[in-house]
Design a protein around this ligand. Structure first.
Ligand SMILES: [Ca+2]
Ligand SMILES: [Ca+2]
Length: 249
């Protein structure tokens, strides 16, 4: 259960175990308020991704969702692996194609072909599903990148181990400004300046998701990044593990 002390000002009835589920009620015109399409749903979790009545039958080869940062890190450590840093994750996403806007070149859909699970149509009102998927997709549904890695763009956002820092934001489109390892920002600088009373640190998410749309965030690019509070889980955030060489420790 969430501790009310961590959420000053929260309504007591909102203090329960749950997760954010994408559930818009069109028509939505003002895209500044995300609460119009995210619901904090009681009982939504990785085994019940769309709420208490849902399940993961048929989703064995889809990415896990509704995992907080601690969940992702605990799993990675349990299997003897780790989570990538932001720079590692971005380097891997580019697949050797530095300087290009997308992980496969400079055209989003070359020859009309979709190369990642994103959103087509007017977000969040109408998902045209031209890529074949309204929600998550099996991890091999789209071609791998130049390093043989699947879903580095789209499908679900992925946690990285870096604390959020806004210092790269203005340069996000410039390949010369790819953040370097070791990661920069301190935990204390990662808080959301728009919510000064809430001191939940934020980590960097990379890769974009099936909800990334041309009219909204365009975050289906290797350079794109998002600040996610470490306690927040949703049905479009997952993770992947990395294995480190022994000499790195
Ligand atoms: Ca899609
Ligand atoms: Ca992904």
């Amino acid at each position: 259960m969430p501790n009310p002390k961590d959420y000053p000002g929260a309504l007591p009835k909102m203090i329960y175990a749950g997760s954010l589920v994408f559930s818009p009620s069109p028509p939505i015109e003002d895209l500044s308020d995300w609460s119009q399409w995210w619901s904090f749903m009681k009982g939504a979790n990785w085994r019940r991704p769309y709420g208490p009545k849902s399940n993961i039958k048929g989703l064995d080869d889809h990415p896990v969702v509704h995992v907080s940062y601690a969940d992702a890190l605990a799993y990675a450590k349990w299997v003897g692996k780790d989570l990538p840093t932001e720079a590692e994750r971005e380097f891997a996403a580019r697949g050797g194609r530095d300087g290009e806007e997308f992980a496969w070149g400079n055209v989003l859909t070359p020859g009309g072909k979709h190369l990642a699970n994103t959103w087509q149509g007017n977000f969040p009102n109408r998902n045209l599903c031209e890529d074949g998927y309204e929600r998550t997709s099996p991890v091999t549904a789209f071609p791998p990148n130049g390093y043989g890695l699947y879903d580095m763009i789209g499908n679900v956002w992925e946690w990285t181990s870096d604390w959020w820092s806004s210092k790269h934001e203005a340069d996000a489109n410039k390949p010369c400004c790819v953040p370097q390892n070791p990661p920069g920002g301190p935990e204390s600088a990662s808080f959301d300046p728009c919510q000064p009373n809430i001191k939940i640190p934020r980590k960097v998410l990379k890769g974009g998701s099936h909800l990334c749309a041309p009219n909204y965030c365009r975050r289906y690019r290797p350079a794109a990044r998002h600040a996610e509070p470490i306690d927040t889980s949703t049905n479009h955030v997952g993770f992947r593990c990395v294995m480190r060489m022994k000499e790195q420790f």
